[in-house]
Write a protein that binds this ligand. Structure first.
Ligand SMILES: [Ca+2]
Length: 412
């Protein structure tokens, strides 16, 4: 907390503003006054819903004091969706239309399209989505990714794996290891991030396909819609998953009641799993993911429909047995890929969460303490980009890719 704002005690009534960037918030006589920034969000909220606890939204603003620089490494990517650093420091990127590319950070040069991946359905929000490297990539060269697979009856989120050939021109032996069920004829809300846990198993996020008849399946344990799943590298449910012994429940499910989760990351110190999800209008969420828990969609939400009507019958934001988001945004972040900062380059960022924002055109930096968000900053807010994914390099840089085709490096 000390890095965020200093505190002082006052015994008299106080003032409002000290300078353009800093606001002293008066509480009352003899109470602590915090020298802090106002919340970064200044627009009107879509609703007058009350948060479940103080600090669940519009937290104190913070500002990075360590100087850092951003550089556009390339602007020639074609709708990149996921990015990860290779062991030698180059960046492997998924392009939404269905291929991979490697960016050489030193000179910004792009590889040819890496072929060999299964065909994707790249209409609307579908396509080639997130990716991750095998924990033993240096030896096995295995890559795992999510994509939209088209079949006769529609499409579904699928998870696949394959080996990057030694000449880096193709993916060898690409294999689909998991298919979300049921297949649905739609074009929205696939989820699509994959991440390894410390035991060498995968977590993946699966969206609820958006439509009114599919979103209710986020509460149905017999479907993959609106779930975070936990599978082995062969696509089997991980032993010990919360519903493995429950009738009419899919054993790969780890958590449920999600809308369109497009970011997932482990906290570097606590090892806890965090996820964000793209909410309706005003209901983007950050959640702390625990096994077997219900995250409430579409029963509880802080958002409303895009057309402005309310969601739920009754319209509620809290319910026993359903988890509250750690934090939510209203009007919007449009969260996508995210990463915790575990580098040493910018000490004040240690363990902070960075979330790519799409419609909001910035990266949200969140300071988290004791599983609560205690500070928020907007990074790269002047670039006018939709930030689709963000990942960390081993030397403490952050890399982010945008829908506009840019790869940025952020470092000091
Ligand atoms: Ca929720």
């Amino acid at each position: 907390m000390k890095l965020i704002y200093s505190t002082l005690l006052v015994s008299t009534l106080l003032f409002s503003c000290s300078n353009a960037n800093s606001e002293k918030i008066q509480i009352t006589d003899n109470q602590e006054v915090k020298d802090s920034l106002p919340p970064v969000e200044t627009k009107n909220a879509n609703t007058d819903f009350a948060p479940a606890f103080e600090g669940q939204t519009r937290i104190t603003g913070v500002k990075t004091t360590t100087p850092y620089s951003t550089k556009v490494i390339t602007d020639e990517l074609d709708a990149p969706w996921g990015a990860v650093e290779l062991p030698d420091g180059r960046i492997l990127v998924t392009e939404n239309e269905g291929n991979l590319r490697i960016v050489n950070v030193a000179d910004g040069k792009l590889s040819e399209k890496i072929t060999g991946l299964p065909e994707v359905d790249d209409r609307a929000q579908g396509g080639l989505l997130g990716l991750t490297l095998s924990p033993d990539f240096s030896n096995d060269r295995m890559i795992y990714w999510a994509f939209t697979e088209e079949v006769d009856e529609g499409n579904h989120t699928a998870i696949a794996k394959g080996k990057l050939s030694n000449d880096e021109k193709t993916i060898e032996n690409a294999q689909v290891i998991y298919r979300a069920s049921p297949t649905y004829d739609g074009k929205l809300h696939y989820g699509g991030r994959v991440i390894f846990d410390k035991n060498g198993n995968l977590f993946a996020t699966i969206g609820e396909r958006s439509d009114k008849e599919t979103r209710v399946k986020a509460q149905d344990l017999n479907t993959s819609f609106g779930k975070i799943i936990h599978i082995t590298t062969d696509g089997a449910p991980v032993a010990g998953n919360p519903f493995e012994n429950q009738d009419k429940a899919r054993p790969e499910i780890y958590s449920y009641g999600h809308r369109n989760p497009q970011g997932i990351a482990f906290h570097p110190e606590t090892g806890e799993l965090w996820s964000n999800e793209f909410g309706p209008r005003g209901g983007d969420e950050l959640n702390l993911i625990q096994p077997g828990k219900n995250y409430g969609w579409p029963i509880i939400t802080y958002g409303i429909e895009y057309i402005g009507t309310k969601i739920g019958d009754p319209v509620i934001q809290q319910k026993e047995g359903m988890e509250q988001p750690v934090y939510y945004w209203d009007p919007v972040l449009s969260p996508s890929g995210m990463t915790f900062y575990k580098g040493d380059k910018i000490q004040e960022w240690k363990n902070n969460l960075f979330i790519g924002g799409l419609n909001s055109n910035h990266i949200a930096r969140l300071v988290i303490e004791g599983n609560k968000v205690v500070g928020e900053e907007r990074i790269l807010a002047d670039e006018g980009e939709r930030f689709r994914d963000i990942t960390q390099g081993k030397n403490g840089e952050l890399y982010t890719v945008t829908d506009g085709g840019k790869l940025y490096r952020i470092t000091n």
